[in-house]
Design a protein around this ligand. Structure first.
Ligand code: ADP
Length: 461
């Protein structure tokens, strides 16, 4: 029996389970709109947290002075400083540094993690060059990007709801992460002040809007995923009774928690059950970078065990979670050679399997199936947000140019994923509406965005 004959029923089933034809996309987009609405309602326990960010004013372009940004989001930690020159000069100078977050800190204590970022910031601040100027007597202000679900209580404070993206640090939940950072800054002897606490979607929205006033939505597709958008205060019943002069607020949807109507496979279910947060973040587990490689590995493992995809034996390495990573899928899908040499060597390096040409072709189909579902569902989520905004005020989205700013390592580096996302948006909106909707890569806007928000919320204003 040829391998293809034993594996092809499994491949067919995978494709069927992952299929995202237009009706499925529509159902997901509609469910996203509906879940957003219930998340905004008064104390309803719902899927989507729909967190008010207390960011009411987006950057105007008039921001001036020296500001810092500090970003803790997933795999990396970034620090940045920017000298802003107002409407005319805009961004006069920036400097930034980044580095990986050591694995052990993801499972350590709150203090260890915050000491690590405070000391990174201290080292960076020491190297400030003379391109940057702070008026005498002032404290350096920071925009702190913290990309985990936070219950925000003001623009510069908020408590952690839960860790995601593989972080499992006990004792942080329920604590004010700005206070945690301030204490660590004090331990470092560093005199700086957090003026704005945001997540990376909010930073991206602010950073993109600084250059283009039509930006209304921002999406991150990296290790994890989230989206935020500009909402009208009168459409946020759970903020009733408070006065917000601007009449608008950015809402962080925390859409990673979405789970309605998603086409899921046995591999998604197994991966979820084995995760540190079973039953949670199902949309995130279906569309974001941390998980796509692992879903493919689980599908290949079954094809190897049940269908003999890689011959009689199954290497130990293929049975180990997360040995295949999303960037590996991307590299394999970029192999255009006749014998798929690169596919073969990536598979061998990561999972220890030896593959012939027909097995490699199947592997590529598995990658494509999982990436296609991810990109198309992400697109449906975006349309769900746009639809909700349009329903509330006709014409604000589809009646004019509207920009969705997207950033994150997955979107940035994986052309197939990006193309599937765009296809899905175009299919759902139809040609006419999709002409007005621009999905735009907003590279590294989040850091500057956080610094801009620190400027608009400066204590010296
Ligand atoms: P964060 O960890 O803060 O989300 P990024 O936005 O840079 O940081 O996203 C990093 C993630 O992007 C990685 O975990 C990985 O899943 C994905 N990624 C990075 N490079 C690639 C690539 N070449 N192909 C596909 N995905 C990639």
């Amino acid at each position: 029996v040829s391998v293809t004959a034993t594996v092809s029923p499994l491949l067919t089933k995978l494709k069927r389970d992952c299929a995202t034809p237009l009706p499925v996309l529509e159902e997901v987009a509609d469910a996203m709109s509906a879940q957003m609405r219930s998340g905004l309602a008064l104390d309803a326990p719902t899927q989507l947290p729909m967190i008010p960010t207390y960011v009411q004013n987006l950057p105007t372009g008039n921001e001036k002075g020296l500001f810092y940004a500090l970003d803790l989001g997933g795999t990396n930690f970034r620090v940045l400083r920017v000298q802003l020159g107002g409407k005319e000069e805009r961004v006069i100078a920036t400097e930034f540094e980044q580095g990986p977050i050591p694995q052990h800190l993801m499972f350590g204590t709150t203090e260890e993690l915050f000491d690590f970022i405070a000391s990174g910031l201290a080292k960076f601040a020491e190297k400030e060059s003379d391109k940057f100027h702070l008026p005498p007597g002032r404290t350096r202000e920071i925009g702190f990007t913290f990309s985990f679900p936070v219950k925000q209580t003001s623009i510069d404070s908020g408590t952690l709801i839960k860790w995601t993206k593989g972080f499992a640090i006990s004792g942080t939940e329920g604590r004010d992460v700005v206070a945690c950072l301030n204490e660590a800054l004090k331990r470092q002897g560093l005199n700086m002040r957090v003026s704005a606490l945001v997540n990376d979607t909010v930073g991206t929205l602010a950073g993109a809007e600084y250059w283009d006033n039509d930006v209304m939505v921002a999406v991150i597709l990296g290790t994890g995923t989230n989206a935020c958008y500009v909402e009208q205060i009168n459409a946020i019943p759970k903020l009733q009774g408070h006065v917000f002069p601007s009449g608008r607020m950015i809402i962080s949807t925390e859409w990673g928690a979405f789970s309605t109507s998603l086409p899921l496979t046995e591999f998604d279910e197994e991966m979820d059950a084995a995760s540190i947060n079973p039953g949670e973040q199902i949309f995130e587990k279906t569309i974001s970078g941390m998980y796509l490689g692992e879903i493919v590995r689980r599908a290949l493992l079954k094809m190897a065990q049940v269908g003999g995809l890689f011959g009689k034996s199954v290497p130990q390495k293929l049975t180990m979670p997360f040995t295949l990573r999303t960037p590996d899928l991307c590299a394999m899908q970029q192999d255009n050679s006749v014998d798929l040499q690169a596919v073969g060597s990536i598979l061998y390096d990561r999972t220890g399997v030896e593959s012939n040409l027909s097995a490699r072709k199947i592997v590529l189909e598995v990658c494509d199936t999982v990436i296609k579902r991810g990109g198309r569902l992400a697109g449906a989520g975006i349309v769900g947000i746009l639809q909700k905004m349009e329903e509330d005020s006709k014409g604000i989205i589809f009646g004019k140019r509207t920009v969705v700013a997207v950033d994150g390592g997955l979107y940035e580096n994986y052309p197939h994923y990006r193309a599937y996302l765009q296809d899905s948006v175009t299919e759902l909106l139809g040609l006419e509406k999709s002409n007005n909707v621009v999905i735009q890569h907003s590279k590294d806007g989040s850091g500057i965005g956080a610094a801009l928000l620190a400027a608009s919320n400066s204590m010296y204003k």
